[in-house]
Design a protein around this ligand. Structure first.
Ligand SMILES: C[S@@+](CC[C@H](N)C(=O)[O-])C[C@H]1O[C@@H](n2cnc3c(N)ncnc32)[C@H](O)[C@@H]1O
Length: 212
């Protein structure tokens, strides 16, 4: 997701500092204290410009949400959406996260979303894909028992790889469709920026929900 020439990037980020957690490793095991409640916490890795996470947070005020996004000029848009809406149940981690267990304690999280993750098409980059089995295993370490990971992608190769990794990890598929918007799940679906773009082009959206 590219966003070039963002004017006054650092000043605009600084104005929204209340939504950004600058040293997330130090908050490991204590995220509920930042939200000042014990509500369940849901995480989106690679939240982009934040359409999905802000809509989830607005619809679910009894839950907390954390958006993780490595590009500052992209996450700015997500922060601005939260700031404009005065959200109190969303926080952001502005970095590329490789080991989620450095940031969250065992069983601290109630759900993880991976929406339109970068496909990393070269085989030698397979371990960078967010759905690699090693990463799926680490996500389940920070998830509470019986909680799920939901994955959406337009990319057929990434989806095929993801299904292989799910099988390799021995995880349970709860729901799966190759055409999310034509499925019975469509009605309650909250879309992302990428999802809107690809579905407007007529592209099918792949979806899978898994449990350990
Ligand atoms: C293709 S975009 C999709 C954005 C959004 N989820 C959507 O569907 O519109 C993927 C985003 O994930 C971010 N990203 C990729 N790997 C990441 C990581 N390990 N930690 C944080 N962000 C990551 C990228 O910077 C990029 O903005």
């Amino acid at each position: 997701m590219r966003q070039r020439n963002v004017k006054n990037l650092q000043e605009r980020l600084a104005a929204l500092a209340a939504y950004r957690v600058s040293e997330p490793e130090k908050i490991k095991g204590k995220w509920n204290t930042l939200f000042a409640n014990d509500n369940p916490i849901f995480v989106e890795i690679g939240c982009g410009k934040g359409k999905f996470i802000n809509a989830q947070a607005a619809l679910n005020p009894a839950y907390n949400f954390i958006g993780i996004e490595g590009q500052e000029n992209v996450i700015l848009r997500a922060l601005e959406k939260s700031g404009e809406a005065g959200m109190t149940n969303v926080l952001y981690i502005s970095k590329f996260v490789n080991d989620i267990t450095e940031i969250f304690a065992e069983g601290e999280i109630s759900g993880i979303y991976l929406n339109f993750s970068d496909p990393w098409p070269k085989e030698r980059h397979a371990r960078r894909r967010l759905t690699h089995v090693a990463r799926l295993n680490s996500y389940f370490k920070v998830l509470k028992d019986n909680c799920t990971i939901e994955i959406k992608t337009d990319n057929e190769d990434l989806f095929a790889f993801t299904l292989e990794q799910i099988e390799e990890g021995g995880f349970n598929v709860i729901q799966m469709t190759r055409d999310l918007h034509a499925s019975e799940l469509a009605a309650k679906e909250i879309t992302t920026e990428y999802e809107d773009k690809f579905s407007q082009q007529g592209k099918n959206i792949n979806y899978v929900k898994i449990r350990a």
